[in-house]
Design a protein around this ligand. Sequence first.
Ligand SMILES: Cc1ncc(C[n+]2csc(CCOP(=O)(O)OP(=O)(O)O)c2C)c(N)n1
Ligand SMILES: [Mg+2]
Length: 337
Amino acid sequence: MVQPETSKSNAAGVSSGGTEQALWLVMYEQMLKIRFFEEHVNQLYLTAKMPGLAHLYSGEEAIAVGVCQALRRDDYITSTHRGHGHCLAKGASVDRMFAELLGKEAGYCRGKGGSMHIADQDTGNLGANAIVGGSAGIASGAAMSIKMRGSDQVAVCFFGDGALGQGMLYEVMNMASLWKFPVIYVCENNQYNEYTPNSETTAGEMSARARAFGIPTEEVDGQDIRAVYDTASRLVERARRGEGPAFMLCHTYRFFGHHVGDIQRSYYRSKEEEEHWKTERDPLKLLAGWLIAQGMADNRTFEQIEQKVRDEVEAGEQFALNAPYPEPGEVEQDVYA
Ligand SMILES: Cc1ncc(C[n+]2csc(CCOP(=O)(O)OP(=O)(O)O)c2C)c(N)n1
Ligand SMILES: [Mg+2]
């Protein structure tokens, strides 16, 4: 993965020629990997090869990729029930991701966690989490540990707009602000909490919640990876310098249902609304269009990336389908209650 040096190489910064082009193409590839991975996850569900459900991140890829691209490998993230994008963007491999979803021993949690509990210490991923708002405590605790150890790492907490109704978020934002923890709270406002629009669940202004604790806030178009990366880079570097937490509100949309089984959605949102986001606000199309307009890529570039990513995802899926399940005797190993 190309790591940015500073915000100089980002969208709003000084062009660094070939390096900038390579950076955007890497981000395009990462987003496409998440998109294709989840297309396969949906198929695995539909063909009854995957136990349980999965919450697809399709449509929101620019947030995970744009933020994680601003991080170092040893920085931390915490994720949500909609976590595939965060895990892949932070460096998880597709074969072990598929293996986890299929309950195989080669998976990140030896097949015991599934889609909503993928963690990977090697890439700084402290875990996906099915408790809405739960990751805020974990990310803030990790940031406290960074501070106590005198390290210059940063922790990022991804969470949905639904978590704005959870009290724990406010307890930890208060502490993080007082003690200047290096943590970025990234709110993925996809407008819905399960099957309810957030206009029915969330009073007042979203960013005002963080500002009440003296935490600086930034609001970005979460479909525009250049804006996400630019903002995340600034906030991450600020936290790394010891200047404390920040709150990033990203406006986005999930292209599919709350989970893979949520097929009949017209009672809570219209087909027209979904079509609009898919055709006009797709983060992949937006970045591709910009790269072409800048002369940084052409159709052939995207065909090559697509082939590479398709091969990787298909090979990862095959690996997982053929991989063994854990021994039944291991069922209680690594399980905490
Ligand atoms: C503490 C808690 N309450 C309720 C639930 C049930 N639940 C699962 S996802 C969800 C909605 C989450 O909405 P949001 O945070 O906006 O995330 P999104 O699904 O939109 O990405 C709810 C209420 C839960 N998992 N945890
Ligand atoms: Mg939501």
